[in-house]
Design a protein around this ligand. Structure first.
Ligand code: ATP
Length: 494
C-alpha cells in the first residue's frame, strides 16, 4: 500500500526519469524498444489478454484473459496453492467474500489511510501520482514540446477504495467497498479458522482472489489495473519467544520452533523469491527492495518488495512482504468486540499473534513471466518468436500433429495419440491437435504461445509406432515409442 509524500521534488525527477529500457532485453529481442508493444500484440493476437469491454471502447484499468491467458493465470495460481498450501502442513486455505461489512475497512485503517498522493496539472487538469516520478516527467515533456511550463497543485490524499451500493431498495442501499486488498478476509476469519481447524502457532492462511483499487493512473498494460488478483499468505506467529519446538518436516525445524516474527519475515522473503525463480524467472531479473520509513503502509512494521526488472522503467514491484505486527487482529478485536487472540497452552496466557504477509499480484506475475519468457531467435526463414515459459506455466502442454493433413492414415493415428494423451497423461491438462498449414508453421505457432512439446506422427509411426517429440527450447527432435510417450512427457513436466 501507499505512502503520502510531502511534495514533488522536481530536482530528483530530472535524473530519474530518463526514458529507460533495460539493456538486458537487447540480447533476446530484435528491436528492444518495442518489447512491450510486441508482448501486448502477442497477448491480443494469440488470446492471452484483451482490453476489457473492448467493443465499447474499453474501460481504463480493466483486462480480460482469453483462452490462453486464463490457463496461464490458473497455472500460476495452482503453483502458488501447491507450494503454499498443499506442500506444507502448517498452512490452510480460505476464500472470503469480496464485499465485507464497511466496518472492516474502518478497523483496518483503509478508509483513512489507503491513499495515494495525487497532483493535478494546473494547465490541463491531468492527475498523476505525486510519487511516480516517471509519470510527472512524461507529462511535463508533453507540455514542454508545446513550450509550456507545468505547474502542479499541492499533493493531496486520494482514497483508493472502490465504492459500490448494495440492496434492492433505493433508499435502503448500503454503501460498501469492493475490497482494496484480500488480506482483511483472513483477519476477520482468524477466530473461525482457529476454532475449526485447531491450529497451533505458527501457522498460515493462504488466499487468492480479486482486489479493486481506484488507481489514479492505471497503465503499463496489466501492471497497474483497477481490478486485479492477489495471491497471499498471512503467517501468524508469536511475538513472544516460544519454548515449543514445532516440526516443519525438515532439518531446520528445531530452530524454527523458536523463531520470532523477524526470523519468519526473513524466511518468507527468501521462500517467495525462490518460488518465482523455481518457475523460470531469471534470477538476475528479480531483487529485493526495502521500503523507506516514509514509504511504508500504515500497518507495516517492516516492508520489502520483490521487484522485477521491467522494460517499462526498470525495477517494479511484483510482490510485497510485510510485517503487519498485531495491527489487524488488534484493530478488529477493538472494533468488533471479539477476542481475536491465541491461547498459549504452555504459558497459559493470551497472545495476539503477529502477522507476516506475503502479497503477490497474479496479473503482475503473469505479465512478468510473459516478459521474461519472450524471445526472438534466428534470422530470415529461421526466425521465430518463442515464449520460453516453464512447462508448469505453459498454457498448452503438448501439441499433436499429423505430418501431412491430407493423409487420412496419419490424421487418424495422430487423433488416436492425441486422445490417449488427453485422457491419460496430463489429468486433462490442455493439449491441442493441429493439422493446419505445413509442419514448420505449426511449430512456430506453438513456439509463440510457449507449448513445451510438439508430437508429430509421420510415416515411420505407421510402421513402428514411434513418434517424434520436439523440444520447444532446443528445437531438437527425439523418437519415442508411442507406448512410452506418456511417461516421457510426464518426466519432463513434473
Ligand atoms: P504499488 O506500489 O505498485 O501501487 P502496492 O505497494 O500498493 O503496489 P500492495 O498493496 O503491497 O501493492 O499489494 C500487493 C501486490 O498486489 C503488489 O505487489 C502487486 O503485485 C499487486 N497489485 C497491487 N496493486 C495492483 C494493481 N493496481 N494492479 C495489479 N496488481 C496490483
Amino acid at each position: 500500500m501507499k505512502r503520502v509524500s510531502a511534495a514533488v521534488d522536481s530536482s530528483k525527477l530530472a535524473v530519474s526519469c530518463m526514458p529507460f529500457i533495460s539493456s538486458r532485453f537487447s540480447d533476446r529481442v530484435g528491436n528492444m524498444e518495442d518489447i512491450m508493444e510486441k508482448i501486448i500484440s502477442l497477448a491480443k493476437r494469440r488470446g492471452f489478454i484483451f482490453p476489457g469491454s473492448e467493443i465499447y471502447g474499453g474501460l481504463a484499468g480493466m483486462w480480460d484473459y482469453g483462452p490462453l491467458g486464463v490457463e496461464l493465470k490458473n497455472n500460476i495460481k495452482r503453483e502458488f496453492w501447491k507450494t503454499m498450501v498443499y506442500g506444507r502442513d502448517d498452512t490452510v486455505g480460505l476464500d472470503a467474500a469480496i464485499l465485507m461489512n464497511p466496518k472492516v475497512w474502518e478497523a483496518s485503517g483503509h478508509t483513512d489511510a489507503f491513499t495515494d498522493p495525487l497532483v493535478e496539472c494546473k494547465k490541463c487538469h491531468t492527475r498523476v501520482r505525486a510519487d511516480h516520478e516517471d509519470e510527472i516527467k512524461a507529462h511535463e515533456e508533453i507540455h514542454k514540446k508545446k513550450k509550456e511550463k507545468v505547474e502542479w497543485t499541492e499533493p493531496r490524499k486520494f482514497n483508493l477504495l472502490v465504492e459500490a451500493k448494495l440492496g434492492a431498495v433505493e433508499e435502503g442501499k448500503l454503501s460498501v467497498y469492493l475490497r482494496g486488498e484480500i488480506t482483511q478476509g483472513v483477519h476477520v476469519n482468524f477466530k473461525n479458522i482457529l476454532d475449526s481447524s485447531w491450529r497451533k502457532l505458527p501457522f498460515g492462511i493462504a488466499q487468492i482472489g480479486k482486489a479493486f483499487r481506484n488507481e489514479i493512473t492505471p497503465g503499463n498494460f496489466t501492471f497497474r489495473s483497477r481490478e486485479f488478483e492477489q495471491m497471499e499468505l498471512q503467517w501468524f506467529c508469536s511475538p513472544l519467544a516460544s519454548r515449543t519446538v514445532r516440526t516443519h518436516g525438515d532439518s531446520n525445524a528445531d530452530l524454527r520452533g523458536k523463531w520470532m516474527p523477524d526470523d519468519w519475515f526473513g524466511y518468507w522473503k527468501e521462500e517467495r523469491i525462490k518460488w518465482y525463480i523455481s518457475l523460470g524467472m531469471e534470477k538476475s531479473h528479480v531483487r529485493f527492495r526495502k521500503h523507506e520509513e516514509d514509504e511504508k503502509a500504515h500497518y507495516a512494521k517492516a516492508a520489502w518488495d520483490i521487484e522485477y526488472d521491467s522494460p517499462f522503467g526498470g525495477w517494479k514491484e511484483l510482490e510485497g512482504i510485510h510485517n503487519r505486527g498485531d495491527w489487524d487482529l488488534s484493530r478488529h478485536s477493538k472494533f468488533s468486540g471479539e477476542r481475536l487472540a491465541y491461547f498459549d497452552d504452555e504459558t497459559r496466557e493470551w497472545v495476539t499473534p503477529w502477522v507476516i504477509e506475503t502479497s503477490g499480484g497474479v496479473d503482475r506475475a503473469a505479465l512478468f513471466f510473459l516478459i521474461d519468457a519472450y524471445r526472438e531467435e534466428g534470422e530470415g526463414k529461421e526466425k521465430r518468436t518463442v515464449l520460453k515459459l516453464h512447462p508448469k506455466l505453459a498454457p498448452i502442454k503438448v501439441a499433436v500433429f499429423p505430418l501431412l493433413a491430407n493423409k487420412p492414415q496419419l490424421v487418424e493415428k495422430a487423433r488416436e495419440v492425441y486422445k490417449n494423451l488427453q485422457t491419460t497423461s496430463y489429468n486433462l491438462q490442455p493439449i491441442v491437435f493441429d493439422d493446419i498449414g505445413n509442419i514448420g508453421k505449426r511449430y512456430r505457432r506453438q513456439d509463440e504461445i510457449g507449448t513445451p512439446w510438439c508430437v508429430t506422427i509421420d510415416h515411420q509411426t505407421l510402421e513402428d509406432d514411434t513418434v517424434t517429440v520436439r523440444d520447444r527450447d532446443t528445437m531438437e527432435q527425439e523418437r519415442v515409442r508411442n507406448e512410452e510417450l506418456n511417461s516421457f512427457l510426464q518426466k519432463s513436466f513434473v
